[in-house]
Design a protein around this ligand. Structure first.
Ligand code: NAP
Length: 268
């Protein structure tokens, strides 16, 4: 039996186990996906232990994505983003990848949203914002990063090819943009008054990806749909980072429909 898993703290509400186990079931694989919650300073020790125990692959989530960089051989994308979310133990040393980047590209491609040559606004400059900004810039978009803490946006823009940065006041650039990604946590609380981008900036020539996946339908996506924009919910991004991890580990095409159904059932 192959064992895959997730390293995080906390991991109890993770959606990865049902999503990956649906893939194993769909393909008749003898495999399990389990969660590990080591101490917050133990990322390196946990990766070494997983390697020793013969674990085939690990996903990595908060707070370990940066720390795991030092415990693996990161590929170029993971090194530039500064975060690893997928470890493949089939080589020695184990290889580290950032499939959040692939998740953004594949979620947009799945909805026929083009990136190359487009003007994109990314709101947020935390962990998700980093992956989104690199994904869009690497796929050929002109990226503007708007963040509540301007320093954080500027520091991210310095790493991302061609990116510009500003505070939340620069969200008005969405009015002239082709693509908007919300990479803030605003929208997770359905009762909150806040929205990451005012409805007045949304328009029918825009595609909107909301990284928030709980709830699946956020206020931003509702208002974007009302404005005639193309909408892509955060569960697609989550799905495709898992699909990319599965394909890294197994070398097989992932059963995307089975994984998507399991993910959405778990979210609901
Ligand atoms: P993070 O590193 O803590 O970053 C949070 C971001 O949200 C920062 O840019 C922060 O701005 C901004 N923010 C928080 N509260 C705000 C407010 N009231 N107004 C304006 N901006 C605010 O978190 P993260 O890991 O990037 O996660 C962000 C969201 O993405 C979460 O909802 C998470 O669930 C989601 N996510 C989704 C996926 C997926 O696959 N769909 C993957 C990863 C994350 P400051 O810098 O000013 O604090």
């Amino acid at each position: 039996m192959q064992v895959f898993g997730l390293l995080g703290n906390p991991v109890e509400h993770s959606l990865s186990p049902p999503m990956h186990e649906a893939a194993y079931d769909a393909l008749g694989m003898d495999a399990r996906y389990v969660t590990f919650e080591p101490a917050r300073d133990a990322a390196g020790a946990a990766v070494a232990a997983a390697d020793t125990l013969g674990i085939a692959g690990l996903n990595v989530t908060i707070p370990f994505k940066r720390d795991v960089l030092d415990a693996v051989e990161p590929d170029d994308v993971a090194r530039r983003v500064g975060a690893v979310n997928t470890v493949d133990f089939s080589t020695s040393p184990p290889r580290g990848y950032n499939t959040d980047v692939a998740g953004v590209e594949r979620a947009l491609a799945h909805h026929d949203v083009g990136i190359d040559g487009r003007d994109a606004v990314v709101v947020g400059a935390g962990g998700a914002g980093r992956a989104v900004a690199f994904a869009l810039a690497d796929a050929g978009a002109r990226v503007h990063i708007a963040n509540r803490t301007v320093d954080r946006a500027e520091s991210l823009a310095a790493d991302v090819p061609g990116a510009t940065a500003g505070g939340l006041d620069t969200r008005d650039r969405v009015a002239d943009a082709d693509l908007l990604v919300n990479a803030t946590s605003v929208g997770m609380d359905p009762d909150a008054e806040e929205t990451p981008v005012p409805a007045a900036h949304l328009h029918e020539d825009l595609a909107v990806l909301d990284a928030v996946y709980a709830p699946i339908e956020t206020r931003l996506l509702r208002e974007a749909a009302a404005a005639g924009a193309t909408t892509v919910d955060g569960a697609w991004m989550l799905l495709f980072q898992g699909v990319a991890a599965f394909e890294r580990w197994t070398g097989r095409d992932a059963p995307v429909d089975a994984m998507n159904q399991a993910l959405r059932a778990a979210l609901e």
